[in-house]
Design a protein around this ligand. Sequence first.
Ligand SMILES: [Zn+2]
Length: 450
Amino acid sequence: MLNEFIQRPWEILVSSLEIMGQDLPLGMKIDAMVSRAMHGMSRPDPIPFSSAEPPTLQTPHRGGVQEQPAQSRDALILSGGGAYAAYEVGVMKALFTGQSSATGNVAWDPGIVVGTSAGSLNAGLLLSAEKEGPGAVEYLEEVWMNEVADGPGKCGSGVFRFRENPLTFLTPGCYRSPAWLIASFLSDSAFLGREFLERGARVLDSSVDIEQRLLETVDLGALISVEPLQQLLRKSLRLEKIRASRKQIRIASTNWRTGEIRIFSNEDMSDEIGYDVIQASSSIPGVFPRVEIENDPYVDGGLVMNTPLKPAIDAGAEVLQVIFMDADVAHIPLPKLANTPNEIFRSLIIGFSRTLKQDLELAAKANRMIAAVASAPDTGPIESKAAVFARGSDGKPHRPLTIHLHHPMTALGGSWLSFGQDQVKQSMERGYEDGVHHDCETNGCLLAKQ
Ligand SMILES: [Zn+2]
């Protein structure tokens, strides 16, 4: 049906790649593609754009502010990486100030911003800033250096702290609030006490294997408090600005109960759940606690898709600037001693690398298909079918995708859990340098005009 054709242009476009791969004259291919599109997508196995499930976009409207039209079809994709996400701020600075060849050395400002994991914090901050363009990046730099990073005179990072950390009592920055120091110590004692009792009771449950019982007593997340992140979000995010922004925001988070990805939009950033959405998207399971949203537990969106290209394309993106920490796992040295946080992080990187590669391959095929349709003979009914097929949901023809990839060529130093000011500053500077000296060929960008 034409309605479906209009409502699901990208799926139809991508599905027709199957036909384009067949050994048929171009006219017959176009006939088959249009027939498939007009008859309800009856192909047996739809080709997904990525391994991710389609995003859930039917969430109820809550914010009370209608989403405004996007400023442009340019999209910024911000992936995860913990403390390394400071690198994204540096690349953004190069893009927004017109210092990068990825934007033709023209000051750039996206209409669509997609964030996953730590990238969701950057996405939220970008739309929270009082100014747009370079001014918004300045706000991000300010928050990262003054609120997120740990440094002299501060009492830990703005992201997490270890419960009952004895070093807290040796940190001068923590003395400034003795009442908080005592209260947090008592709160941690109560929390860990409850954990000890619950897990101790589990060990005594003789109906379960003793090995399993002992393994289930281990939870690294129980030792970590994300109270600093909760405070940082409430201090630095402006939910009403995000809801009212002309930019479209998409935050990816994983439903820990169902395993499905959920995409949160501007209107979802309500006073009730807005902060939780960003926290959940940043919560790497096993390290950070899951977050309850509307009676379901949510964790890091990077579990399913760390560079969510699909939400941006669904939102109408044609030019994508994708910033991630490293797509080449071989560039990340293996630690001599294995440890749980790094093993979890590496597994996320490997999953992300696979997803990104699949997404890029599919986008390249789509570009070739669009070029083939564009060059179809300009005669008779075939021409009109091609013109209809190439029409998007907004009535405009589909355009090929340009995807610029921004990532460090060698591993960033330090650790993804180290939020020291020096590391944060170095990551931002590295991102800026890489953005300024961006090279499409070296970075493996996908350019529409190839
Ligand atoms: Zn490029």
